[in-house]
Design a protein. Structure first.
Length: 278
């Protein structure tokens, strides 16, 4: 093993530095992610089925219409979209992962739920005045870099009908020490990161000045090839989001803790849901 090369990769990255590999477009990892998404019993890639139902029911209490056109951004394999369509809403889903979209399309065909799916980055959507409700759930807004936030908010605002509602959730900065990934390592013949033997080194950092968390995963195979996966996530507290929403002409209706039941540091009052209107 080239330890000097490994030490270079293991340095604390500069804020928002990219990794050397992308998880979402790797064919093998994408299948592992899909398996995590559709497992109804845990919160690893999507929330558990019980929590998804809870969030769906709560979101519908925040909107005035019984039958809506809904845009689900970062829809994954369609877990929220299917539940919303089953309740009579017309749903469109957008996600960056072709693997997730393929699964979602298979599900809507099997269930005859009539959901329309697009494989696209929601930085690039061009809908105009089409939706009563836009949702961005499971803290997807947190992964946006500063330059991307305004683009997404403007895209959402444009997609909404006048008076339409935008609902999204974010992780806040409570319990930061517990939210920062602890150093660990694993050696596997085959697991999440690869179908071949690998060593994975995992650690986390918190960039306090910017309220940004980083999960860093360094994966080394038998040929000493190193891939780094960096996952950036901004924490938002009361007052952080209002200026961003106002800059894109949104009216902030309210923010809500404890939509999710208490549990670990990714539930309860550690996650805040925001409701804004066009």
């Amino acid at each position: 093993m080239n330890v000097e090369k490994l030490l270079t990769h293991a340095q604390k990255p500069a804020l928002y530095a990219p990794g050397t590999a992308v998880m979402w477009t790797d064919p093998y990892i994408a299948q592992q992610l899909l398996a995590c998404h559709i497992n109804p019993d845990h919160d690893i890639a999507s929330r558990s089925n019980t929590k998804i139902e809870l969030v769906v029911n709560w979101m519908l209490t925040q909107t005035p219409k019984e039958r809506m056109s809904i845009l689900d951004l970062g829809c994954g394999p369609g877990l929220y979209a299917e539940k919303l369509a089953r309740l009579g809403h017309r749903v469109t889903g957008v996600d960056f992962s072709q693997t997730s979209i393929d699964h979602a399309c298979q599900q809507t065909a099997a269930n005859q739920s009539g959901i329309t799916y697009y494989c696209n980055n929601y930085l690039n959507i061009t809908f105009e005045n089409e939706f009563d409700l836009v949702i961005l759930i499971y803290m997807d807004f947190c992964v946006l870099k500063p330059a991307e936030r305004k683009i997404v908010l403007d895209n959402v605002y444009r997609a909404l009908k006048p008076g339409g509602t935008f609902i999204f959730d974010v992780v806040n900065s409570k319990n930061i020490a517990e939210k920062t990934l602890k150093p660990s390592w694993e050696v596997c013949e085959q697991s999440f990161w690869s179908n071949k033997p690998y060593l994975a080194l995992n650690t986390g950092y918190y960039y306090a000045e910017h309220k940004v968390l980083l999960n860093q995963h360094i994966v080394i195979n038998e040929q000493d090839e190193i891939k780094t996966y960096l996952f950036w996530s901004t924490c938002y507290d009361d007052g952080d989001l209002q200026p961003l929403l106002a800059a894109s002409h949104f009216k902030t209706v309210g923010h809500f803790d404890n939509v999710l039941p208490a549990g670990d540091v990714w539930n309860g009052d550690n996650v805040t849901f925001y409701v804004a209107e066009k």
